[in-house]
Design a protein. Structure first.
Length: 515
C-alpha cells in the first residue's frame, strides 16, 4: 500500500468525518482526498517525480496535505525544523537539494536571509499571506484537478527526515512508501485499539512521531492538530473538542502536570496518552496517573530511522505494573508484531537476559539508507540489521529496558555509568523538575559525572543535597561529582534533551558547577 492511498481509503469509509482540524478550520476525509489529488497534480506542473519538496512550517492543514500529496506525485517530502537557525536550514536544504520549498509566512524571513545560498530551490511557495518573491500555496492548490495520480513505486522515497543532530551533523533518513506504511501497519496491529477516537496531534509534523497522524487517518479517526506545544492551548482544545487520546514527550507531560492552569479545564474526555521520544521518569508517570485517574498510558521505542515504533508497553501492562510495582514500568515493553528486535554484543551475538548490549532492528519499516551518505549507511547496518546506537537489556519475559545511548555512556575510573540511571534517581528528589546527566573530561578519572538540574518553582536545594541523595540510592561511583543549576534544559521540538548542547556549555564555561 502507498502512503498516498491513505486519504483515499479513509474517504471511502468515513467521507464526512473530520480528518484534520486546526482552530476554526477543518476538512473532511473526502475533502482531504480531493485536495491531496489537487496538490499532487499541481506539483507535477512545476516539478518532476524524484524531486525533493521541502516544507518549513508549524503544524497546519497544508502540512497534512503535503504528507500524502508530495509522495503521491512521486516526489520526496523533506521535513525542515522551524526552530533551526537560518545557517542550519541552509545546510539541510543544500544537502537535500529540493526544487520546491514550501514555507509558512511567519518563517519566510528566515528563508529570505539564505535565499542566495540555496540554489536548488526553483519554486518558493508561501502558506498564508501573499509575499513578494513567493508564489501562493493556496493558488497552486486551486490550480490542480481532483484526479488520481499515476501511482509511484512502493520503493520510491516518500519522506526525507533529518536526524536531530544531537551527536553531530544531521543525516537524512530515506523512508520509502514501504518503510512508512510498514511502521503504520505495525502500530495498527500492535497498539491498543480505541473505538471512536478523537486524536490530538501535539508533536511537530516534521518529527517522525507525525506518523501517528497517518495511523489515525488509516483508522478513519477524527483528528485535531496543535500548531505548537503551548500547555494552556492544549488544555483548551481537549476541553472544547472532547479529545480522547493524544501523545507527548515525557518532558511535555511533566510541564502539563505542573502547569497552574490545568485545574481550570475539564480534561475528563481524555482516555489514552502515549508517550515517547525520550525516557519517562517513573516519578513523573506516577504523578500523571494520580492527577489523571481516568487516563491509561502506553509507550514504546522507535526512532526516525525506523519510521515509527518497534516496541510497545500497552495500557494493560502499565496498569498492572503500577498496581503491582513491577519493574517493567521502566521498560519500553515487548517487540511489536511486524519488526524484529535483538540485543547484541560487539560480535553481533545475542546477549542473555539481564546483560546489556546494543539494540539492533530488522524489518520493512527500517530506513532504506542515509541520503547521499553511503559511508553512514554502511556503518549503520550489519547483515541487514540496523544499529540503533541504544544500549538495552531484555528480561526473562521479553520486556526491553533502554539503558541509555551508547554515545551518552560515561566512563569514569574505568567504570561505565549510564546517565539515565542517575537521572531516574535525581527525579525522585522533590525539588527536581528536570535532570540531565552528562560526562565531563577529568584528568584523573577520564570523565566525571555531572548533573544539570532545573528545580521546581518554590523548591530549593543545593549540590551537596543532590549528591547525597544519589549516594543513598546508587553506587558511589555513579553519583554526580558536580551539579549545575539551569532555568530550563535545552530541548529539541520533540522534547528530547540536547545533551550535546549541555556538554558544549560545560566545556565553554557556560554552566557554573557546584560540588
Amino acid at each position: 500500500m502507498l502512503l498516498s492511498e491513505v486519504p483515499v481509503h479513509a474517504a471511502h469509509r468515513a467521507p464526512d468525518r473530520v480528518a484534520v482540524r486546526l482552530d476554526e478550520r477543518a476538512i473532511t476525509y473526502s475533502q482531504m482526498r480531493d485536495d491531496c489529488w489537487r496538490l499532487g497534480q499541481a506539483l507535477l506542473g512545476i516539478a518532476q517525480p524524484g524531486d525533493r519538496v521541502a516544507i518549513l512550517a508549524e503544524n497546519c492543514l497544508e502540512y497534512a496535505l503535503c504528507y500524502y500529496a508530495v509522495p503521491g506525485a512521486g516526489m520526496t517530502l523533506t521535513f525542515l525544523n522551524y526552530r533551526l537557525a537560518p545557517a542550519e536550514l541552509a545546510w539541510i536544504i543544500n544537502d537535500a537539494a529540493p526544487s520546491v520549498l514550501i514555507v509558512q509566512d511567519k518563517y519566510l524571513g528566515a528563508i529570505r536571509a539564505i535565499r542566495d545560498q540555496i540554489p536548488s530551490v526553483r519554486h518558493l511557495l508561501v502558506i498564508g499571506a501573499a509575499a513578494e518573491g513567493a508564489a501562493s500555496f493556496d493558488a497552486l492548490l486551486a490550480s490542480g484537478t481532483p484526479q488520481p495520480l499515476p501511482p509511484p513505486s512502493e520503493d520510491s522515497i516518500a519522506w526525507l527526515l533529518y536526524t536531530s543532530g544531537t551527536t553531530g551533523l544531521p543525516k537524512g533518513a530515506m523512508l520509502t512508501h514501504r518503510n512508512v506504511m510498514a511502521a503504520v501497519f505495525n502500530s495498527l496491529v500492535s497498539w491498543d485499539k480505541e473505538p471512536d477516537s478523537h486524536y490530538l496531534l501535539t508533536f511537530p509534523m516534521y518529527h517522525v512521531a507525525g506518523y501517528g497522524m497517518v495511523v489515525n487517518h488509516l483508522r478513519g479517526a477524527e483528528l485535531t492538530i496543535l500548531p505548537n506545544f503551548v500547555p494552556e492551548a492544549l488544555f483548551a482544545i481537549i476541553e472544547r473538542h472532547r479529545i480522547t487520546s493524544t501523545a507527548a514527550a515525557p518532558t511535555m507531560i511533566a510541564l502539563l502536570l505542573d502547569h497552574p492552569a490545568m485545574p481550570g479545564y475539564d480534561l475528563s474526555s481524555l482516555r489514552n496518552v502515549g508517550y515517547g521520544a525520550s525516557a519517562m521518569p517513573a516519578a513523573v508517570l506516577l504523578r500523571a496517573r494520580e492527577k489523571w485517574p481516568q487516563v491509561r498510558f502506553g509507550t514504546g521505542f522507535g526512532m526516525t530511522e525506523l519510521a515509527g515504533n518497534v516496541m510497545v508497553l500497552t495500557a494493560d501492562e502499565h496498569d498492572r505494573a503500577i498496581d503491582e510495582g513491577l519493574p517493567i514500568l521502566n521498560s519500553v515493553g515487548r517487540q511489536m508484531l511486524l519488526a524484529r528486535v535483538r540485543v547484541v554484543n560487539e560480535a553481533m551475538g545475542d546477549v542473555a537476559p539481564g546483560v546489556e548490549g546494543e539494540i539492533v532492528v530488522k524489518g520493512d519499516q527500517v530506513l532504506t539508507g542515509y541520503w547521499r551518505n553511503p559511508e553512514a549507511t554502511a556503518k549503520a547496518f550489519t547483515d541487514g540489521w540496523f544499529h540503533t546506537g541504544d544500549v538495552g537489556r531484555w528480561d526473562a519475559d521479553g520486556y526491553l529496558t533502554i539503558v541509555d545511548r551508547k554515545k551518552d555512556m560515561i566512563v569514569t575510573g574505568g567504570e561505565n555509568v549510564y546517565p539515565r540511571e542517575v537521572e531516574e534517581v535525581l527525579y525522585r528528589h522533590p525539588a527536581v523538575l528536570e535532570a540531565a546527566v552528562v560526562g565531563m573530561a577529568d584528568p584523573v578519572w577520564g570523565e566525571s559525572v555531572v548533573a544539570i538540574i532545573a528545580t521546581r518553582d518554590g523548591e530549593a536545594t543545593d549540590a551537596a543535597a543532590l549528591i547525597r541523595h544519589c549516594r543513598d540510592h546508587i553506587a558511589s561511583y555513579k553519583k554526580p561529582k558536580a551539579v549545575a543549576f539551569i532555568a530550563e534544559l535545552p530541548k529539541n521540538a520533540s522534547g528530547k534533551v540536547l545533551k550535546r548542547t549541555l556538554r558544549d556549555m560545560l566545556a565553554d564555561g557556560g554552566l557554573m558547577l557546584e560540588r
